[in-house]
Write a protein that binds this ligand. Structure first.
Ligand code: BES
Ligand code: ZN
Ligand code: ZN
Length: 500
């Protein structure tokens, strides 16, 4: 995808489609849309008068100019009510317009920056949101659709036009920085969408190694034998039911001399539930149970490309959860890396087992903060749906920083408590701790379990079970793997670097 930023008059640039916008309730457009309206002899005002377009949020209308004009099609997007407009709506309208243009079979377009004129937004922020919405919305996972390849529609190029020469450099900079991040979101989506036969722990490790080489990141991979020697008993208990070898990947980017922030991503490349087998309905979606690992991998790549002044380490415990002959059985007791014995009452609560060892391993680096990202509980989907991720943490300051960063990227998160009363639920009769509660407060008990392995490090946990995979698309998030967390974590790393 080629993105151009040019100085010019939108009424004079030859293109397949020109994208303009309108706030709801406006009868006679102003600004750039107004200029196009005049050049078209009031064709846009006429469309508004006829009631075919009212400016309602996320409505898109594509039509041919009547008179001779530099664009073959005019695309008008509704920005909704002016008083309700915000940056995320720029992402949404940009994404929806781009997808409709693509689906109309058009290959390139020229756009104004929504929200920068009458909307009153800072030009850099608006240009970033436009680019972000467009590149995220146009994502498609079609690498296995070889037969229909010729019919697959795609946009090859889009051009952002700005009248003011002084703003061009700012916009170009915003576009290139945003593209770095959306590339990594789309990379995380690819990993999440890949089926488990095409992305097992070994293939994931190869991908991580390739990325590390490309970006000069330090890369360490623990093999099964290493983990056996070191005592990763909880992770190995999950892995033993599968024929695929587990991997424990650590990547490091050192952009500052401070103690590192460690991000840990759950990397179950397929979660069958193990002996506590899941029902077959939607079990295929459990190929996405490594979305946490994908998100932290995408994040460190973006942070490295942006050369942020932070010290970042990401850890990805990777394994399948399968019910093979050697699989862990409900009731088994295993010794974790921390030395704590865990009673595995339900083999489907495997994420917390691999994360337990990862948290113990992370603590050795004396991190200034640890955040784990995991598709951990179905209970989180019940509580927050496909709208928001659950957030739980021991450090108020860290939790608040995550909330602030998430607000900026419009990746919704909602905090749940870690009150000690919930500890009762994971007490085992026979071991130090058990891996499930009684079915109540499932997301909290999952996090309470993890907390036992954190010590007193500042720690937060993001349960992304409901948001990492969606069955119905959103304005700039096609259905399937969403790449949730990449934008938020990169934003957090930017915010942390500014605050320290
Ligand atoms: N990977 C699942 C959680 C999940 C469910 C992710 C739905 C995405 C969508 C996790 O490993 C799991 O199976 N959790 C169990 C825990 C329970 C046994 C305590 C669950 O949520 O049912
Ligand atoms: Zn599970
Ligand atoms: Zn799982």
């Amino acid at each position: 995808m080629e993105i151009k930023v040019i100085e010019g008059d939108i009424c004079k640039i030859a293109t397949s489609a020109l994208v303009v916008n309108l706030f709801e309730g406006v009868a006679i457009p102003g600004g750039a849309t107004g200029a196009v309206d005049k050049a078209l002899n009031n064709q846009i005002s006429d469309v508004i008068k006829s009631g075919r377009f009212t400016g309602k949020l996320n409505k898109v209308l594509i039509f041919n100019p009547k008179s001779d004009f530099s664009a073959k099609y005019i695309v008008i997007v509704g920005l909704g009510k002016k008083e309700e407009f915000n940056l995320d709506k720029i992402r949404q309208v940009s994404g929806l317009a781009a997808v409709q243009i693509r689906e109309a079979g058009i290959k390139d377009f020229v756009t104004i920056i929504h929200g920068a004129g009458i909307g009153g937004f800072d030009i850099k922020e608006a240009a970033s949101a436009l680019t972000e919405g467009t590149l995220l919305a146009l994502y498609k996972f079609d690498r296995y659709k070889t037969q229909e390849k010729k019919e697959i529609k795609a946009i090859d190029k889009f051009t952002i036009v700005e009248r003011d020469k002084d703003k061009i450099k700012l916009i170009k900079d915003a576009v290139s920085k945003t593209k770095i991040i959306t590339d990594e979101v789309n990379f995380a989506r690819d990993l999440t969408n890949l089926p488990a036969n095409e992305l097992n722990p070994s293939i994931f490790a190869k991908e991580a190694k390739r990325k590390a080489k490309e970006l000069n990141l330090q890369c360490e991979i623990l093999e099964k034998e290493d983990m056996e020697k070191l005592g990763f008993g909880a992770l190995l208990a999950v892995a033993q039911g599968s024929c695929q070898e587990p991997k424990f990947i650590t990547l490091k980017y050192q952009g500052s001399k401070e103690n590192p922030v460690v991000l840990i991503g759950k990397g179950i490349t397929f979660d069958s539930g193990g002996i506590s087998l899941k029902p077959s309905n939607k079990m295929d979606e459990m190929k996405g149970d490594m979305a946490g690992a994908a998100a932290v991998l995408g994040s460190i790549c973006a942070v490295a490309k942006l050369k942020l002044p932070v010290n970042l380490v990401v850890m990805m415990p990777l394994t399948e959860n399968m019910p093979g002959g050697k699989a862990t059985k409900p009731g088994d007791i295993v010794k974790s890396l921390s030395g704590k014995y865990i009673e595995i009452v339900n083999t489907d609560a495997e994420g917390r087992l691999i994360l337990a060892d990862a948290l113990t391993w992370a603590a050795k680096l004396k991190p200034k903060a640890v955040i784990d990202v995991a598709t951990l509980t179905g209970a989180c989907v019940v509580a927050l749906g496909n709208v928001a991720a659950g957030l739980l943490g021991t450090d108020k300051n860290l939790v608040n920083k995550i909330k602030t960063s998430a607000d900026k990227t419009a990746e919704k998160i909602w905090e749940l408590p870690l009150w000690e009363e919930y500890d009762e639920l994971i007490k085992s009769d026979v071991a130090d701790i058990k891996n499930v509660g009684d079915g109540t407060a499932g997301t909290i008990t999952g996090a309470m379990f993890l907390r036992k392995f954190v010590g007193d490090l500042p720690w937060a946990h993001l349960d992304i079970a409901g948001v990492a995979w969606i069955s119905k698309g959103k304005p700039y998030t096609p259905k399937g793997g969403t790449g949730f967390g990449v934008r938020l974590l990169v934003q957090l790393m930017k915010d942390l670097s500014l605050s320290s």
